[in-house]
Ligand binder design. Structure first.
Ligand code: GAR
Length: 211
């Protein structure tokens, strides 16, 4: 059973979706072992405590440099024997230490169809102002380049004429809540094969077949 850390900065609805997926037994061969936030008051931490999950806080401001924050976060993850990491509304860019420790083991959910509207925290309003007719969410591997790692899966949603940032964000979020647990399940079950920028999904093992 792999140990999953969820990194979250705010509301934590994607964390909640992962907690629900685990309870339903659809998170694959992994269990949430830790929730880390860079904000003491993150609602995600309350949700984690309510679910009985261990929590940790790694605030950039508590360290003299970003590189020391990176090392401290890496130590927290190691202390909890983490195998996989999900960035679920995590506003911080991970540092080289954490990235090197978990190659192709860190995923992020982003509220747009990458490579459109990446690189920031305003993807939904950027998509609206650009006038796209379809947007959505992307779950991708985290690499040193922000929002640019190989794409695991995407889900599209329509943009309607009367949408505002709140309505389009809600519609995307509902898809995020399905896409992130699905991507974690595929990763935990070793079903993702990365070939350059392309990620192929292996068929599910038929566990009823004897070897
Ligand atoms: C989600 O929409 C997530 O995709 C987005 O923050 C929100 C967090 O919601 N992340 C980014 O924009 C990262 N660039 P949540 O805290 O309720 O899961």
């Amino acid at each position: 059973m792999k140990r999953l850390a969820v990194l979250a900065s705010g509301r934590g609805s994607n964390l909640q979706a992962l907690v629900a997926a685990q309870a339903e037994g659809i998170l694959g061969d992994c269990a949430i072992a830790l929730v880390v936030s860079n904000r003491r008051t993150a609602l995600a931490l309350d949700r984690a405590r309510a679910a009985g999950l261990p929590t940790a806080i790694a605030r950039l401001g508590d360290f003299p440099t970003r590189s020391e924050w990176d090392v401290a976060l890496d130590a927290i993850l190691a202390a909890h024997r983490v195998d996989l990491i999900a960035c679920a509304g995590f506003e911080m860019i991970l540092g080289p230490r954490v990235l090197a420790g978990y190659p192709l083991r860190i995923v992020n959910v982003h509220p747009s169809l990458l490579p459109s509207f990446g690189g920031g925290l305003t993807a939904q309003s950027d998509a609206l102002s650009h006038g796209v007719k379809i947007t959505g969410c992307t779950v991708h591997f985290v690499t040193a380049e922000v929002d640019a790692g190989p794409i695991i899966l995407q889900r599209g949603v329509p943009v309607f004429d009367d949408d505002d940032v709140a309505t389009i964000s809600d519609r995307i979020l509902r898809e995020e809540h399905r896409a992130l647990p699905e991507a974690i399940r595929l990763l935990a079950d070793d079903r993702l094969v990365v070939d350059g920028r392309r990620v192929r999904v292996l068929p599910a093992l038929d566990r009823t077949r004897s070897l």
